[in-house]
Design a protein around this ligand. Sequence first.
Ligand code: GAL
Length: 331
Amino acid sequence: MRCQKTQLFVLFIALVNIFLFNTTISAQTSVNKTEIINGTDLTDTQGNIINAHGGGFLKVGKYYYWIGENRRKGVFVSCYRSTDLINWEFRGDLLTRQSHKELDKANIERPKVIYNERTRQFVMWMHYEYGPDYSYARAAIATSSDIEKPFSYLRSFRPFNNMSRDCNLYKDEDGIAYFYSSARENYDMIIYKLSDDYLDTKEQIATLWPGGHREAPALVKRGNYYFLLTSGCTGWAPNQAKYAYSKSIKGPWSELKLIGNSTTFDSQSTYILPVEGDKTTSYLYVGDRWDGKQYFNSKYIFLPLTFQSDSTMELRWVEKIRLSVKTGEIN
Ligand code: GAL
């Protein structure tokens, strides 16, 4: 009897060891990833699923920050950081239901953050809704002096009284920043110049493709051209992205050109991330593969955006992304 007990105890200890050992191995594996596998659950360095949908990226010192929608347990916006764009460390929640009374029944989508050198504030713009539908159609702003610390929610509003849904920010090389969003029930895409402190829209500078029904906008500048990538409007279901280019952010913008395949590889755009290295600058398309019914099952898609000429952009499918932030090369 005693012998059986001892054997059981030894077995128990062995199982605990196997469990702990495996856990250690998987935790180690998660900090040493070398690639992003598209369409799978991405985990952070602690092995938890990354919640940063409709997100954007920002480089601060040696870190890339990835900030996006969380939507778990009253959390709206979460923050991750990485030195290699592959291994992401969770740094905290930046905006929650408790951050402000205007957020108690809010729905926050597509948060983006840029840094204002003059005010030394990180400024977040996002799509704000109140209640279950999308009728508020407002932009909202929050700020923080530390990108990893909770942001202070300031207000929500309609820029120049326009409806404002899917949105994004772009900070140009000269420090002037722009907010752009789907307006007029998503019929139009409007670009606004921001005030110097980035806390307001100063001027409505372009109203693009009236009636064109574009959303999920992502803007980048390469060489002499700005590129604006957008999706069509089919809710959580994917459709084919289109892009346009222009030498000035005010326009004139080119007509819309098809890119990728008929579903943008089952994803919707959220950001174009330049990877600036010492050899080259590459561009990553970042999209969400939405699961509108079970939001937390949504996945991320990172794909190389390549350029055949100064104004021609191509998006192709790859299973995996490997990249070097040092050289800027993606393969
Ligand atoms: C998408 C939009 C998402 C979300 C969704 C709701 O078109 O890009 O951010 O708003 O509709 O149906």
